[in-house]
Design a protein around this ligand. Sequence first.
Ligand code: NDP
Length: 230
Amino acid sequence: MAEHWFISGANRGIGHGLATLVAERGDDVTASVRSEKAREALQRDVARHRARFAIVSFDTRDEDAIRAAAKTVEEPIDVLVCNAGAYGPQSQSTLDMDFRGALDLFDVNTLGPLRVVQALLPHLRRAEKPRIVLISSGLGSTKTAGSTNIAYRAAKAALNKIAQGLAHDLERDGIIVVALNPGWVRTDMGGRNAELSVEESASGIVATIDALTPGDSGRFVDYRGEDTPW
Ligand code: NDP
């Protein structure tokens, strides 16, 4: 049966791959973008071919815009994928930190997904088997060594903690919550030398989400459904 997927940051990269894939197999999709140009491009390349493909706009730093957009979204939402994210300030080590840039990155990558989850909770509560997927990163794993671009690593590690907290808080609502590591993917963020195509990562992510059960809530999984160390 068709499900309703909400995917943030769906105009390019992994989000675009996910939205295209699930729309092509017949699911309903609401995709978020943050600019008129991105909305037009997504409308041209996917939405106009699909009757049930809606587009909303917000920046994940803007709580009012997210809440206004949420009011226009059809209920229920079966799967919420908080994918929108940025790489933020480049740095060589923890001793070389752009503090303002790092704060902004936390706003986007750590608090942004939580704002989206909060605004769309009523839609998820009306679904039969609601799932929330926070797109994290292997770089946020405490097992991944290295300190370059530390703001990104720390923001994703903090997002993992939010995923764990949400899994706890939403257990009584029967909402499954996972953090998901999409692998290293050839996108604007991942670069040309990354291991996976967008299609490879997206198809693995969709299969992983399709297979989620309540027992998976609170896990940090990768695009193959395997555990990534916290
Ligand atoms: P891209 O840079 O290709 O796409 C990022 C998407 O997020 C775009 O749609 C972008 O919109 C949107 N976005 C960025 N900032 C904001 C914001 N403040 N508000 C709303 N939307 C925003 O990245 P990927 O597709 O590679 O990454 C997607 C997710 O996967 C991210 O969370 C990333 O951290 C994660 N990830 C990616 C990896 C990779 O190898 N590619 C590895 C591990 C994790 P716009 O076009 O307007 O900028």
